[in-house]
Ligand binder design. Structure first.
Ligand SMILES: CC(C)(COP(=O)(O)OP(=O)(O)OC[C@H]1O[C@@H](n2cnc3c(N)ncnc32)[C@H](O)[C@@H]1OP(=O)(O)O)[C@@H](O)C(=O)NCCC(=O)NCCS
Length: 185
């Protein structure tokens, strides 16, 4: 699905732009994913695992644009992607398709400017507009910054998977499942 482009003013007064990710952004999305995968331990892939071809990424973005139950948004500083969020269904069966799963990532240089919070508001709104009833996220149990953000926006912890993530250095991290009710009263 697509949304209307929006201006985003960050601390310090700089103006960035939020818009739907388009097929021609494929290369930028791949570069962004590789960059952020190397900046934080709290994503599920190492940089070398971001291995889609540009054509494949373009097709994936095309699916996000066509389908009413999928959405991918990015914040741009001039031509550079500095944050993304997306939603997709947890499942396609009747019993699971009321639940969406979200991703949220901001480039490290842009942390603590309110962009994560802004993107989360946008994805919550988008999920509601898509008709989803619950929005879910999974987070490394020691990712205090993300946990704080999600709780502030009404997500609740609903389970913990021990040793869910195995790192190259042999250490493990637990995973916390979070979920937010999207019912509008
Ligand atoms: C999690 C993430 C999206 C947050 O983005 P952001 O743009 O920095 O978010 P915001 O600026 O809106 O908010 C950051 C919050 O974390 C708080 N924070 C900063 N450092 C913190 C720390 N070490 N511990 C706890 N909270 C911290 C800030 O005070 C702020 O909270 P506040 O608004 O209540 O003051 C970003 O850090 C990121 O992309 N991290 C790597 C990928 C990731 O972890 N994604 C989430 C996967 S589920």
């Amino acid at each position: 699905m697509r949304i209307e482009e929006k201006k985003v003013t960050i601390k310090g007064g700089k103006e960035l732009k939020l818009r739907t990710v388009l097929r021609e952004d494929a290369e930028k999305i791949l570069a962004f994913r590789r960059d952020v995968a190397g900046e934080t331990i709290y994503l599920t892939r190492y940089p070398y695992e971001i291995d889609n071809s540009v054509d494949k990424e373009r097709d994936i973005i095309g699916n996000y644009l066509r389908a009413e139950h999928l959405g991918m948004l990015a914040i741009f500083d001039e031509d550079m992607i500095v944050g993304i969020t997306s939603i997709s269904p947890v499942g396609i069966t009747f019993k699971t398709r009321h639940r969406a799963s979200a991703e949220l990532v901001v480039r490290k240089k842009y942390w603590n400017l309110g962009l994560g919070s802004y993107l989360l508001d946008q994805v919550i709104e988008m999920a509601g507009n898509c008709g989803y009833e619950r929005l879910e996220l999974s987070v490394f149990a020691d990712n205090a910054r993300a946990l704080r953000l999600y709780k502030k926006k009404g997500f609740i912890e609903c389970g913990q998977i021990p040793q869910a993530f195995k790192m190259m250095d042999g250490t493990y991290h637990d995973e916390i499942m979070m979920s937010k009710n999207l019912w509008r009263h």
